[in-house]
Design a protein around this ligand. Sequence first.
Ligand code: A2P
Length: 315
Amino acid sequence: MKQLKFRNGDQMDAIGLGTWKSEKGEVTKAVKIALDNGYKHIDCAATYGNEAEVGEAFNEVFSRGEVKREDVWITSKLWNNAHKEEDVIPALKQTLKDLQLDYLDLYLIHWPVAFKPDVSFPEKAEDFLSLDEVPLIETWNEMVKAREQGLVKHIGVSNFSIEKLKELMEDTEHTPEMNQVELHPYLQQNKLLEFCSKHGINVTAYSPLGSGDRPEAMKAADEPSLLENPVINKIAKKHGASPGQILIKWSEQRGTAVIPKSTNEKRIKENLRSAGYQLDEDDMNEIADLDYHFRYVNGKFFEMEGNSYSNIYND
Ligand code: A2P
């Protein structure tokens, strides 16, 4: 499997296990299966509401001793209601407590959007803080502190457009080390990848399989299916792989990390084996043609009349 390199020489397995939408009752088992079957990269977030259950798996597997904490890359994310200077490190410490860890390998600002501290998910414009009230740099400076304190080894962002990255980078000498974004054949993010590569920012692809188990409220009525796409299925047949494996391999082969979510034992194992295939030039060209800038997670749920987030992605 490919490794992503960080500026200090640290390396991360390109294929990790996603935990967004993993049910509390299923995620402990899923993470244990993953770690017992060769996954060395687990992606978490406070807002997924299941970090305590993920933490149970870490505690059990690491105390058994066959898999060591230092051999696994663990990422988590700061939720949007903890962007104020005084809230960042306490939120990180809660995540560490829930995950039963002393440090994270990577901590990300989940969205370039701020809520009031008592709001988990906004329902009205008043639930937000504007970026004038909590500038991204205020949050970022605390992320830098967390790295200096050794609570996290690496820091980055998620759901940041080129514009948002530029805004942040103008204000700091500490360039983010990662940008985690939605990325799959319908949203190939070529310009963003080019920008990130130029600035030494690694990229992680979320929703690589089209995130079919998202809440109904987040789905469009006429949403396209990635797993059923005929080109993906044709290429899968050609290689004797599953469509999911082709989608995962495609991301890995392009040099990004990729974090398919599964709580199903067979698919957890199948997804890691994606690394064993190789897509040829014809496959890559055919998949390149599928791009049409379609987002499954379009950020519209953060845009409300009267708040300052009218165009989250700016692209
Ligand atoms: P399950 O957890 O039952 O395996 P994404 O990572 O894009 O958000 O997609 C996650 C969705 O894809 C989940 O519904 C998950 O279901 C399903 N899934 C995960 N791996 C595969 C696979 N290899 N083939 C088909 N569906 C998969």
